[in-house]
Design a protein around this ligand. Structure first.
Ligand SMILES: NC(=O)c1ccc[n+]([C@@H]2O[C@H](COP(=O)([O-])OP(=O)(O)OC[C@H]3O[C@@H](n4cnc5c(N)ncnc54)[C@H](OP(=O)(O)O)[C@@H]3O)[C@@H](O)[C@H]2O)c1
Length: 508
C-alpha cells in the first residue's frame, strides 16, 4: 500500500443516484477515502444514509465543463453511468460521455479510472452484439485508450435488491407459476453478488499505474436463466415454477412480455432481454492478483439471493420507506432505488388531522386491539379472525398482555409488535395466515398545541401470484376497514382516549 492509500484517496463517483454508485459511496467512505459525487439531480441523494459524509456536485457526464470541475483534485474516478433506457441515440450519448470523461480525467491528472461494464460473450464480434453490450464494450475501449490507467470490470447479472437484472428475475419468478419462455432461458450466465462487485470496485482503486486492462468478474456458479429462476423460487419459498421454453419467442416479443408482467420499464427490460441471448461466462480470473478474495468470497448465487430477500423476509421493511438513516448491507434496498425495485409492496395509506394532543392520540394507538377492538367495522375483523382460525392460524382471540402498554415482541390478536417508538410509532407484523407478509403501522405527530396528525399504513408484500390475487380481492374493502379505522382512531383521541370495553360500531 502506498502513502496515498494509507491516508485515503479522493474519489469521484458518477452514477451515485444509481444502483451501483449509491452503494459504492459508503464502501469508499468506510475505507477512509474522500468521496465527491457528480449527479444530475443532487437533491435525490439527500435521503442516503451517507449524505453529509460525501461532497455532492451538480453535473452531467455529457457536459465537459461540469466534468472538468468535478475532476479537480481527484485521484480515482469511478465511471458508473450509462444511457441505456434513454431511447434512440443512447450509444452516441454513451460514446460522447466516455470521451469527455477520459479527456477530463487526463487533463486533471487523475491517477485511475474505474469502469464497471458488461461481460460480453466469447467469440462474438463486437458488431454482432446487442446494442447495449456493444455500447458497453465501446465505452470500455474509449476509457482504456484515454491515457489514464483504467480498470474495466466486466460483470454479467448482478444479484442484489435494486439491480435491474435481478429485479427482472425476481418479478418473472414471483409473478408467473407457469412460464412460456424464449430459448434464452438455456443460455449460461455467471452472476455475481453485489457485495463482491463493490469489494472489487473499492480494491481497484489501489492498482499500480501499469495496469490498464479489462477483467472479467463473476461468482462461483455458472447457471442458465432457467436454473436461476428455479433456485430463486426455492429460496423465496415459492412452489416450483413450470418453465416451458418456446423457440419462436423473439427477444423483442419477450421484452414486451417482461414489460407487461413485471414493473421493470420496457426501455430497460428490452436491452437486458436482448443481452440474455448470449452466454456470458468469465474467461479469466486475473482480478484476484490485484484484489484478492477474502475467505467466503465470492458469494454463491443462492447466498446472494438469500441476502437480497432478507430485508423483506426479516420484516425490516421500514428502513426502505421511512428511516433511511439506518445504514444497510449492499444487498438491501436504498431510498434512491427506482420505485419498481425491491419487490412488490402494496400500501394502503391514510392520514388525518386530529383534534387532540399527540399524547392523547398515542394513548389510543397504544391500547388498540384486544378488548379495545380495532376501531373499525367490527364484523370484518371478526370474520377475518374466524377465517384465520379455519386456516389453522391464531385468529383474533389472543388479545393483548396488558390493556394500555405494549412492548416489542408482544402478541396482539393476530399481530405481533415489531417496532415501537413510545409516543410516536407502532408497527405490527401480521401473524395470520396470508400468502405474503403484512404490516400495520400507526403513528402520531404533533401539529401545534392540542392538535396532532394520525398516519396509518397497511403494507403487504405478496408471495407469488396468490399473494397478488389476495391483495386485489380484499382491496375493495380497504376503504371500509382501514379508512374507517383511521377515522375512528382520530375520533376516539378527540373524545379523550381509548374506547374502553367495546369497539365502536362500524365506520361512518
Ligand atoms: N445492474 C446490473 O445488473 C449491472 C450488470 C452489469 C454491469 N452493470 C454496469 O454497472 C454500471 C452501473 O449500472 P447501474 O445498474 O448502477 O445503473 P443505474 O442504476 O441505471 O444508474 C445509472 C446512473 O447513471 C446516471 N447517469 C445517466 N446518465 C447520466 C449523465 N448524463 N450524467 C450524469 N449521470 C448520469 C444516472 O443518474 P440519474 O439519476 O440522473 O439518471 C444513474 O445514477 C453500468 O455501467 C452498467 O452497465 C450493471
Amino acid at each position: 500500500m502506498d502513502g496515498n492509500a494509507a491516508r485515503g484517496l479522493s474519489c469521484l463517483v458518477t452514477g451515485a443516484t444509481g444502483y451501483i454508485g449509491g452503494r459504492l459511496v459508503p464502501e469508499l467512505l468506510a475505507e477512509g477515502h474522500r468521496v465527491r459525487c457528480l449527479a444530475r439531480s443532487p437533491g435525490t441523494l439527500r435521503d442516503h444514509p451517507w449524505a453529509g459524509s460525501a461532497e455532492v456536485v451538480r453535473g452531467d457526464v455529457g457536459d465537459a465543463g461540469s466534468v472538468r470541475a468535478a475532476m479537480r483534485g481527484i485521484d480515482v474516478a469511478y465511471y458508473l453511468v450509462h444511457a441505456m433506457g434513454t431511447g434512440r441515440g443512447f450509444e452516441e450519448r454513451d460514446r460522447r460521455a466516455a470521451r469527455i470523461f477520459g479527456e477530463q480525467a487526463r487533463a486533471a491528472g487523475v491517477r485511475r479510472i474505474v469502469f464497471l461494464g458488461a461481460l460480453t460473450p466469447a467469440g462474438v464480434p463486437e458488431e454482432r452484439l446487442s446494442p447495449h453490450l456493444r455500447s458497453r464494450a465501446e465505452v470500455a475501449r474509449l476509457l482504456l485508450a484515454s491515457g489514464v490507467p483504467t480498470t474495466v470490470l466486466r460483470a454479467a447479472v448482478i444479484i442484489g435488491s435494486g439491480s435491474a437484472s435481478f429485479e427482472m428475475l425476481r418479478y418473472l419468478t414471483e409473478r408467473l407459476p407457469v412460464m412460456v419462455t424464449p430459448s434464452w432461458v438455456h443460455t449460461r450466465i455467471q452472476p455475481i453478488a453485489v457485495r463482491d462487485v463493490l469489494r472489487t470496485l473499492v480494491g481497484s482503486a489501489h492498482m499500480p499505474p501499469e495496469v490498464n486492462r479489462a477483467f472479467d468478474i463473476g461468482g462461483p456458479d455458472v447457471l442458465t436463466y432457467r436454473e436461476m429462476m428455479r433456485r430463486y423460487a426455492a429460496i423465496a419459498g415459492l412452489p416450483p415454477r413450470a418453465i416451458i421454453p418456446v423457440p419462436v419467442l423473439t427477444p423483442r416479443l419477450s421484452s414486451y412480455w417482461v414489460g407487461l408482467v413485471t414493473p421493470v420499464p420496457w426501455a430497460i427490460a428490452r436491452p437486458l432481454v436482448e443481452s440474455l441471448r448470449y452466454e456470458v461466462v468469465c474467461r479469466e480470473d486475473d482480478i484476484t492478483t490485484w484484489v484478492p478474495s477474502p475467505p467466503g468470497a465470492p458469494l454463491d448465487f443462492s447466498t446472494a439471493v438469500s441476502l437480497a430477500l432478507e430485508r423483506i423476509r426479516e420484516a425490516q421493511v421500514a428502513t426502505r420507506w421511512s428511516s433511511a438513516s439506518v445504514p444497510g448491507a449492499p444487498s438491501d434496498p436504498l431510498p434512491t432505488d427506482p420505485d419498481w425495485a425491491g419487490g412488490s409492496l402494496y400500501t394502503d395509506r391514510r392520514e388525518l388531522p386530529v383534534e387532540a394532543s399527540r399524547e392523547a392520540l398515542w394513548r389510543v394507538i397504544e391500547s388498540i386491539g384486544g378488548e379495545n377492538g380495532w376501531y373499525s367495522f367490527p364484523l370484518a375483523w371478526a370474520v377475518r379472525g374466524w377465517l384465520d382460525r379455519l386456516a389453522g392460524g391464531v385468529g383474533l382471540r389472543r388479545g393483548r398482555r396488558v390493556p394500555d402498554r405494549l412492548r416489542v415482541g408482544d402478541s396482539l390478536d393476530f399481530w405481533r409488535v415489531e417496532e415501537i417508538e413510545p409516543g410516536r410509532l407502532l408497527r405490527l407484523r401480521a401473524e395470520m395466515r396470508l400468502p405474503g407478509v403484512a404490516w400495520l403501522e400507526m403513528s402520531a405527530e404533533s401539529d401545534g398545541s392540542n392538535r396532532s396528525r394520525y398516519r396509518q399504513r397497511a403494507l403487504f408484500h405478496p408471495r407469488g401470484l396468490l399473494g397478488h390475487a389476495y391483495w386485489w380481492s380484499v382491496s375493495p374493502f380497504h376503504a371500509v376497514v382501514f379508512g374507517g379505522m383511521a377515522r375512528n382512531v382520530a375520533r376516539a383521541a378527540a373524545k379523550g382516549g381509548p374506547t374502553g370495553k367495546r369497539p365502536p360500531t362500524g365506520p361512518s
